[in-house]
Design a protein around this ligand. Structure first.
Ligand SMILES: [Zn+2]
Length: 197
């Protein structure tokens, strides 16, 4: 029986940087680099209209801000998060924290995706054959990988489950539709992608 949150209005009391009123659980197949067997892998995506905290500030390798004086940087660092509505969809990865209801849903909907105790608890796919953690760099960034299908035909290999329940997470990587190579995946979610008029 699907897990339906019983308290949709309950605050999602986690340090989230993305949230939405619904979300997508994606399933694809990946050839494990350790054992070479095909294994199911899962990812999370958010529909247009999801929200993200305003964090457009850029930090260089030393953690120093660019383009803000120290006072403004301090104010930004210690200010409460400002939620912004994002008009486009997003694929999220490097997920550190998930709202409890979402985590509970994934336990049955995406059993290969779970926190990696050897990777700071980051939500990670594990090969169902050999048990190795699957590196995100094998799944997300490059055209032809499980969550970067090269065209509409390849995108049909991604199975999409829409979950009509609140979502909140802290994700270090948010693939927006600014990443053109994610357009076939976003179209698979039913989102039109194209040049702005
Ligand atoms: Zn394997």
């Amino acid at each position: 029986m699907p897990t339906t949150p019983t308290h949709p209005d309950a605050p999602l009391t986690i340090d989230a940087n993305v949230r939405a009123s619904s979300y997508f659980v994606l399933r694809a197949t990946h050839a494990c680099r350790h054992c070479r067997h095909a294994t199911p892998v899962y990812a999370l995506a958010l529909p247009p209209g999801h929200e993200s905290t305003e964090a457009e500030i850029e930090l260089d390798d030393d953690g120093e801000s660019r383009g803000l004086d120290p006072g403004a940087f301090h104010d930004w660092l210690f200010s409460p998060p400002t939620w912004q509505r994002v008009p486009g969809p997003a694929l999220i990865s490097q997920v550190g924290i998930l709202a409890a209801d979402v985590a509970a849903h994934l336990r049955q909907a995406a059993p290969a995706l779970r926190p990696d105790p050897d990777g700071q608890g980051q939500w990670t796919n594990f090969c169902e054959h050999c048990g190795h953690a699957i590196w995100e760099g094998d799944l997300y960034p490059t055209v032809g990988q499980a969550f970067c299908p090269k065209d509409d035909a390849a995108a049909t290999q991604v199975l999409v489950q829409t979950v009509h329940a609140p979502f909140a997470a802290y994700a270090s990587m948010i693939w927006s539709d600014g990443y053109r190579n994610k357009w076939p995946l976003f179209k698979r979610l039913g989102v039109a992608c194209g040049e702005a008029d």
